[in-house]
Design a protein around this ligand. Structure first.
Ligand SMILES: NC(=O)C1=CN([C@@H]2O[C@H](COP(=O)(O)OP(=O)(O)OC[C@H]3O[C@@H](n4cnc5c(N)ncnc54)[C@H](OP(=O)(O)O)[C@@H]3O)[C@@H](O)[C@H]2O)C=CC1
Ligand SMILES: N[C@@H](CC=O)C(=O)O
Length: 323
């Protein structure tokens, strides 16, 4: 299998390292060697630890000429990411993306295009980092009726709120740590103003309910105005401040809000701390189920991407069996 990686930041490096450290296991799993044939970067002057046999380029056309089977996209923003993935799909490659901004805008059109070209789209890493929420929902939606999702979707915000509550860090100190650990984006505005969780909520809304709400109807607030004093005051009342996205369907329309809320200890999201994300899924048959795990970071995000990569391959090479 010939793989290209777009972006070599926190996520791209995590994927590259994982494919190397799991090389033997991956070839057993796939039944063939997996090779990272090319990596797309923006700044050609940076020093990078990449094997000499891999083409490192700023030229996407050159990358696609390498007869790539899977394109893994880990760059930032809507464009050129969407354009690159359209080209990849048209060339017959599967695509796997971590880019929630791009996927919230263009996910459905990529899925439609991929269906026309008989290739797969993996997007587990767009939402909740390494926590397998997309695959879990896809599984549950086969029979269950999902009525509501409540979710902590931004690892940076949750990490910061936890560090402020537990170690009494200031907002700025907590943000600096989240950046050093590779949780926050290079420009962390979307993490703290609620946009990042908003985009993830839009992806979940489309998956759970087949559509997104009108984006202007979504109430969105980040954690910028939360102070250490607010957190300490709520703790005295037995409550935690969490940044929560609520996505539910009412009168056939998805209703979404993304905002800091006060939770008491009876709530399933109360104890979700640090960089963890969590999603409580309310369904008709299950009542509710909560799935939690790392919501950001190099290896957890790489985990979601590499699992998607294997899934794409297996979907395409499934041999029908007679029963
Ligand atoms: N960090 C995390 O925990 C998670 C991040 N994500 C998403 O994954 C994506 C990557 O995130 P992350 O690795 O943290 O980001 P970084 O800022 O660490 O890295 C971004 C990489 O993309 C490259 N890049 C950016 N724009 C272009 C472009 N136009 N053409 C080619 N290369 C480009 C940069 O190149 P160069 O090195 O040359 O500057 C860099 O290597 C984002 O969409 C993010 O939202 C999703 C889940 C978790
Ligand atoms: N910056 C994001 C990274 C994962 O999507 C976050 O903190 O959740």
């Amino acid at each position: 299998m010939r793989v290209a990686i777009l972006g070599f930041g926190t996520v791209g490096q995590g994927v590259y390292e994982t494919l190397r450290s799991h090389r033997a296991h991956m070839s057993n799993l796939l039944g063939e060697e997996l090779e990272v044939v090319g990596i797309l970067i923006q700044d050609g002057s940076k020093e990078r630890e990449i094997d000499a046999s891999t083409l490192v380029t700023t030229n996407y056309e050159k990358l696609l000429q390498l007869q790539v089977d899977v394109v893994i996209e880990a760059i930032v923003g809507q464009q050129p990411a969407y354009h690159y993935l359209v080209q990849a799909i048209k060339s017959g490659a599967h695509v796997v993306t971590a880019n929630k901004v791009m996927f919230a805008h263009y996910g459905q059109s990529l899925l439609n295009l991929a269906a026309q070209h008989n290739v797969q789209v993996g997007y587990e890493a767009t939402t909740a980092g390494g926590t397998p929420i997309i695959r879990t929902l896809q599984h549950l939606l086969k029979v269950n009726q999902v009525s509501k999702l409540e979710a902590i979707l931004n690892g940076t915000s949750n990490y910061m709120l936890t560090e402020m509550a537990v170690h009494h860090l200031s907002f700025e100190e907590a943000l600096q740590q989240a950046q050093q650990k590779g949780y926050a984006e290079l420009d962390p505005s979307n993490d703290i103003n609620g946009d990042d969780a908003f985009y993830k909520a839009m992806i979940l809304s489309r998956l759970a309910f087949g559509m997104q709400p009108n984006w202007n109807d979504v109430y969105k607030e980040g954690i910028e105005r939360i102070t250490l004093a607010d957190i300490q005051q709520e703790a005295k009342r037995g409550r935690a401040i969490k940044h929560v996205a609520t996505i539910e369907i009412r009168e056939d329309i998805p209703r979404v809000s993304v905002q800091p809320v006060f939770l008491d200890e009876s709530h399933p999201l109360y104890r979700v701390d640090g960089v963890n994300n969590a999603i409580t899924i309310h369904t008709d048959l299950l009542d509710n189920i909560t799935i939690t795990g790392p919501g950001a970071g190099k290896l957890p995000t790489a985990s979601a991407i590499v699992e998607d990569l294997v899934h794409c391959f297996k979907q395409q090479h499934v041999v029908p069996t007679m029963v």
